[in-house]
Design a protein. Sequence first.
Length: 225
Amino acid sequence: MFKKALIILSLSSVVVVPSLATQVQGAALPTQEKATTYASNKNIRNATYGEEIWVSLTSPIPAGWVIVRTLGTQNLIRNVNGASYGTEVEVLLASPIPIGWVMIRAFRGSNVIKNMNGASYGTEIEVMLASPIPEGWVMVRAFGGSNVIRNVNGASYGTEVEVMLASPIPKGWIMVRTYGGSNVIRNVNGAPYGTQIEVLQASPVPEGWIILSSGGNSKVIRKIG
């Protein structure tokens, strides 16, 4: 009887170990399974603002999502679609920057980005040199490691702004004068048909305008459409 009891005890010990292993493995699976299913079924499009999900390092990042943390072979991404104006988020250096967001500060391994969607006309903000410039914003001043950008969306026809030479030129704006380290640009959105303007040679020609003549440092453009 004593030997039989030992055999039974020994067999039950063998059974217990796999059972524990199965429980531990099962506890680790839900997050991984949820991440895989969530991404593969494209339910990510229905995610709410601020929702986070673990994805593979090789995974594409959906529009409006940012990378906030990395661990092993996965990145933790967060949905910032629907964020209010002025919202700030710390993201990894490798994170994409959503449309309308700018980079305002840097830490070791991360950047702080800010949502400028919804900013009023004339708003200015200091951004990092590597920051994207939102559509309709221009660079007006520079410091050692940063630029000051201004929102000119909503400017009235004929508005002129002095911008840095490296500044993007918004759609429908032209370059009319230049100084040592800056250009003066003018908004011609809303110009009446037949309007003629002398612009710098380097000036973009807005859609619906033609070049009538060109020579020296300037050219004459006319609106026909």
